[in-house]
Structures are given as structure tokens and as C-alpha cells.
Design a protein. Structure first.
Length: 114
């Protein structure tokens, strides 16, 4: 299993970013995919998840209405569109799949600052 995140960076408050996670090594369309984040000094937290066919999504209360998770099963890729970013969204964002064990990407840094 390999998960490779991209798309992080520095953005001003109110700005937008789109994260991508390219997956390989398993049948992508058969699994729920999730985005987590971890801010300095804090525990890793679930941001959003999407069902295997993209029908159902779930979001943390802190990002509802601002973030959108989506997936393209033809490209084995899951996305996180982040709008109206706030300084408290600053964290390392990780892609996750649970196949018995949890598998993680290397993470991508998102920094929201003026």
C-alpha cells in the first residue's frame, strides 16, 4: 500500500487549497478513504471520510461547510478541497486507508497565515 499526498502549502486566511492523495497497491475502489490532520502539540484528528463509491461523506464539525472530500476511482485518487481556510486549519494533513491495519501517507503541510 502506498499513499502519496500533495497540494499543501502556505495560504492566507480565507484562501483555498486542494489536496490530492494518489493511492496504489490495493483495490482503491473497495475502501473508505479518509483525511486526517495533526497540528503541533495535538493529536491526529479525522477531518473527512468518503465511502468506497463516493456516495457517503463525513466531516469533522470544525470543517463542515468549508471542506469537501471527493474521489476519482479511475485515477485511484482522493481529494480534499479546502475553502475559507483559517489559521486553526494549520496542520500536517494525512491520507488514510484502513485495510485491517491503518495505512498512512507521508503527509503534506498546510499553513494558514497572513
Amino acid at each position: 500500500v502506498q499513499l502519496v499526498e500533495s497540494g499543501g502549502g502556505l495560504v492566507q486566511p480565507g484562501g483555498s487549497l486542494r489536496l490530492s492523495c494518489a493511492a496504489s497497491g490495493f483495490t482503491f475502489s473497495g475502501y473508505v478513504m479518509s483525511w486526517y490532520r495533526q497540528a503541533p502539540g495535538k493529536e491526529r484528528e479525522l477531518v473527512a471520510s468518503i465511502s468506497s463509491l463516493g456516495v457517503n461523506t463525513n466531516y469533522a464539525d470544525s470543517v463542515k461547510g468549508r471542506f469537501t472530500i471527493s474521489r476519482d476511482n479511475a485515477k485511484n485518487t482522493v481529494y480534499l478541497q479546502m475553502n475559507s481556510l483559517k489559521p486553526e486549519d494549520t496542520a500536517v494533513y494525512y491520507c488514510n486507508v484502513r485495510r485491517g491495519a491503518d495505512y498512512w501517507g507521508q503527509g503534506t503541510q498546510v499553513t494558514v497565515s497572513s
